[in-house]
Design a protein around this ligand. Structure first.
Ligand code: KG4
Ligand code: ZN
Length: 359
């Protein structure tokens, strides 16, 4: 079965073709991505209407590119997958509209995928033939999902079986990186820029809060940290030297990473599981990786990361999640020709649906 997947929940248009085969993991045949980051940079964040319009411009050329790369035609597509949510409503509608229309024209099913399920399952793609290598995790595992919109710890028992262990009560970790980077004048998206600048700074130079570090649960909070960064930055004044900026970047990164690491290790201890999977854009952060690897090793646990290209939004993870859901017997898609999107969609809703299908 060849699955054509579309991702358009935020500021990346991603299209990919994944093939399932009996007795083996799905295989990535081709993928293409267009990031709108440069377009939104001038505004310091994603402008939803501009995002939707750009998805419209990019999506069909990218789909053609993917099919050409795979040496296949539209008639070879057996299932069309798209991101149904969560995300920006207008942006989601573009991918959903194109996917469902294409599926109807080809007389094949269309399947709406949960964006975070895509991130959660992306390490399996890295390990598959055609992926970028790496070892696949085995169920069950703890997943740390850290992106621009989400910060969650999940227990993952299988495809479609997700239990929320803890999440942010305000900003996401990626948002904390992006907003702090904006305060430091680092542009958008600021996470990668802030972490590059942090390499040159002293992470103990500024005493920034570690919100909820000792809360005893697995929840996160990053809104207060942003305010502390703002206060520190104001104290430095407008003529701040490069070293002080690097010190503040390093201190900010350390505060975010400290909390993410402490809670992830607590989740491993609480569940007794020995495997942590990190997914989402912030998973590309080098310091986070070093600290998680060291902390997990002390617990006798292993950490798996998708390759950086799969950490951020992409079409491959959407095609893969659809393929795995079909293989698991949880979904077959629909030929109804109707589509809906879910801009807000709690991931654990999938678990109750999976429980009723599997029981
Ligand atoms: O998963 P993703 O591509 O999109 C969402 O679904 O949000 O994640 C994007 C987020 C942004 O906030 C970006 O700043 C952050 O991931 N990010 C990083 C790094 N690379 C991307 N944050 C810190 N360090 C990085 N190296
Ligand atoms: Zn994402």
């Amino acid at each position: 079965m060849n699955v054509l997947g579309f991702e358009s929940s935020c500021d990346e248009t991603g299209v990919a073709l994944v093939a399932t085969r009996a007795g083996g993991p799905p295989r990535l045949l081709a993928e293409a991505l267009h990031t709108q980051a440069a377009m939104h940079e001038a505004y310091g964040g994603v402008v939803p209407e501009l995002a939707s319009r750009d998805h419209i411009r990019r999506v069909l050329p990218l789909a053609r590119q993917v099919l050409a790369q795979a040496g296949l035609g539209v008639a070879d597509v057996d299932l069309v997958a798209y991101t149904r949510g969560p995300g920006l409503a207008g942006a989601l509608l573009v991918g959903a509209g194109v996917a469902v229309a294409l599926a109807a024209a080809l007389d094949v099913p269309a399947l709406g995928v949960h964006h975070l399920e895509g991130h959660l399952l992306s390490p399996f793609l890295a390990a598959s033939e055609g992926g970028e290598g790496g070892e696949a995790p085995a169920f069950p595992f703890v997943a740390l999902l850290v992106s621009g919109g989400h910060t969650q710890l999940m227990r993952v028992d299988g495809v479609g079986r997700y239990e929320l262990l803890g999440e942010t009560i305000d900003d996401a970790a990626g948002e904390a990186f992006d907003k702090s980077a904006k305060l430091l004048g680092l542009g958008y998206p600021g996470g990668p820029a802030l972490s590059r600048l942090a390499e040159f700074g002293d992470d103990g130079a500024f005493a920034l809060p570690r919100p909820l570090l000792h809360s005893g649960d697995l929840d996160f909070s990053f809104a207060g940290l942003k305010t502390a960064v703002l206060t520190a930055q104001r104290k430095l004044g407008p003529n701040v030297c490069e070293q002080a900026k690097a010190d503040l970047a390093a201190s900010t990164q350390a505060a975010i990473v400290d909390v993410l690491v402490a809670k992830s290790l607590r989740a491993l201890k609480a569940t007794g599981l020995k495997q942590l999977v990190v997914a989402g854009g912030v998973g590309a952060n080098r310091r986070l990786r070093e600290r998680l690897d060291a902390g997990a090793a002390r617990l006798g646990a292993r950490v798996t990361y998708p390759p950086p290209a799969l950490c951020t939004d992409n079409g491959a993870m959407i095609a893969l999640a659809a393929a795995l859901r079909v293989q698991a017997g949880l979904d077959a898609g629909t030929r109804a020709g109707a589509f809906d999107v879910r801009p807000r969609w709690p991931l654990d809703e999938l678990s109750s649906a999976a429980a009723s299908v599997l029981s």
